[in-house]
Design a protein around this ligand. Structure first.
Ligand code: ADP
Ligand code: MG
Length: 296
């Protein structure tokens, strides 16, 4: 049974809204931004950033139980770049939602940096998410009629960062994705590729340990897709940022270091990419194309 298209989009939109709307939780949980003492303890000798142990997720639709995940065990270390593949309905987004602390397993254990997330309550999840995870979605999920700069500032507003620091960090993040000249542009004045880069900058500003991207190039043309992958590869290389990308495009998966294939709620294959593609090199070889810029 597949929930696709509009329903998928709704889930994504809700996820994004949740992911960036932490304001109501911040007061409730107490620890201020920067106080991450609680999360710092990693068991000795364990550098696994992500660890799933026999994770199940069951959705209930009236009388019907949908087994979205059927016992997934998985470890992902810091600095990995993983592509998640598999047919529609195989559990990819469900797993991303669990890894991103948008949802919890029905059964099994999930540890993020050594913290057992399966037992954390909702405000606690929001807190972890805000500090550790940056989300990127197929549909960009920018706030309309709000400038690129303000969109990038949003997660910092929820994290309680002061105005001038916010502006400084938002500008730096936009610069990092090559959009310094579009700070004041509204989303509808930007091309798809530019909107996705704003979304990437927004995902980066709280300095997450982990970037989760669910079909980030699904709505983009070839060149723009490679440009987005170039940014992921650069962040992964230069900042040792862990990147997990869901994609159904085999070409896109070749930019990752490791591919995990899902089938029917289980891991079907998990393997290293042998001849990994370098986005910078691919871009240099693609014919130049001017019409995806500035379609305002
Ligand atoms: P994928 O991302 O690989 O396409 P999903 O993780 O979105 O797969 O979905 C896995 C299964 O769980 C599908 O059968 C889907 O219909 C079902 N599912 C996903 N989200 C929900 C939900 N919120 N309620 C009920 N069923 C869901
Ligand atoms: Mg999905």
């Amino acid at each position: 049974m597949h929930l696709r298209s509009s329903q998928d989009l709704e889930v994504e939109a809700a996820g994004a809204a949740e992911a960036i709307n932490m304001s109501s939780h911040i007061e409730a949980i107490g620890p201020l931004p920067g106080d991450d003492s609680r999360e710092r303890k990693l068991p000795a000798g364990q550098d696994g950033l992500i660890r799933l142990e026999r994770v199940h997720k069951t959705y209930r639709l009236g009388d019907i139980e949908v087994h979205a995940l059927r016992g997934v065990s998985l470890q992902i270390g810091r600095g990995e770049f993983v592509a998640i593949m598999g047919p529609s309905g195989s559990g990819k987004s469900t797993m991303m939602n669990i890894i991103g602390c948008l949802d919890r397993p029905t059964k099994g254990q999930y540890l993020l940096e050594g913290i057992d997330v399966s037992t954390v309550d909702k405000p606690g999840l929001a807190d972890i998410r805000n500090k550790k995870v940056g989300f990127v979605f197929q549909s960009f999920n920018l706030v309309p009629r709000t400038s690129a700069l303000e969109n990038v500032e949003l997660p910092m507003i929820y994290a309680g960062v002061g105005s001038s620091e916010r502006k400084r960090r938002a500008r730096a993040a936009l610069n990092e994705v090559g959009l310094s000249n579009r700070e004041q542009s509204m989303p509808n004045q930007l091309s798809g590729g530019q909107q996705q880069r704003v979304a990437l900058a927004r995902a980066l500003v709280n300095n997450p340990s982990l970037i989760l991207a669910d079909e980030p190039t699904g709505a983009l043309d070839t060149r723009t897709s490679v440009e987005v992958m170039e940014i992921f590869q650069r962040l992964n290389r230069e900042r040792n940022l862990t990147v997990i990308v869901v994609t159904h495009e085999p070409d896109i998966a070749q930019y990752a270091k490791r591919i995990i294939q899902f089938r029917d709620g289980r891991i079907h294959r998990d393997f290293a990419v042998e001849s990994r593609k370098d986005a910078t090199q691919v871009l240099a070889e693609l014919p130049p194309e001017g019409d995806d810029e500035d379609q305002s």
